[in-house]
Design a protein around this ligand. Sequence first.
Ligand SMILES: [Ca+2]
Ligand SMILES: [Ca+2]
Ligand SMILES: [Ca+2]
Length: 170
Amino acid sequence: MMFLPILVGTFGNVSDGTHLLPTFVERVCIMSSIESEDVSMSIRGKGILTTLAITLIGTAPAWSQSLLKTLDSDHDGTVDLAEAKSAASKLFDKLDRDHDGTLDRRELRGRLNAKDFVAADPDNDGTLDKNEFLALVEKRFKAANPDNDAMIDSKELKSAAGRSLVTLLK
Ligand SMILES: [Ca+2]
Ligand SMILES: [Ca+2]
Ligand SMILES: [Ca+2]
């Protein structure tokens, strides 16, 4: 209703009939574009509610969902490789308690088993530097993204491969 005075004002002020129609059409266009924004907002709102409901009903461990939230910095409900690597890089710095620029087995405890550690350490120096760690994250990301759509959704995150990415990054 707030557009009505504008509309009336337009009709009232424009005495030249040739300008009336385009102006009126313009106003209607503005109004309908605002209306459709409202509609898409409410659809988005419903989408969020549905997602929340699925999250609540879902059997995934809470940390899997909270990790998705943590990694998903652009909040689109999926994790892309850039988000995973950026989170992994921050985690690397946090885990590197002795600040020697590498992660040893102790610093990675609970995230990586001995066999995977050896595989992730191609230079065999017994530690993972940041490049080795990020390469490992990328490898696990790809394994957890079988549909190759460049992002991991919550369902993929719950798969075995997804959970091994979660274990590494949680
Ligand atoms: Ca270290
Ligand atoms: Ca190494
Ligand atoms: Ca995917």
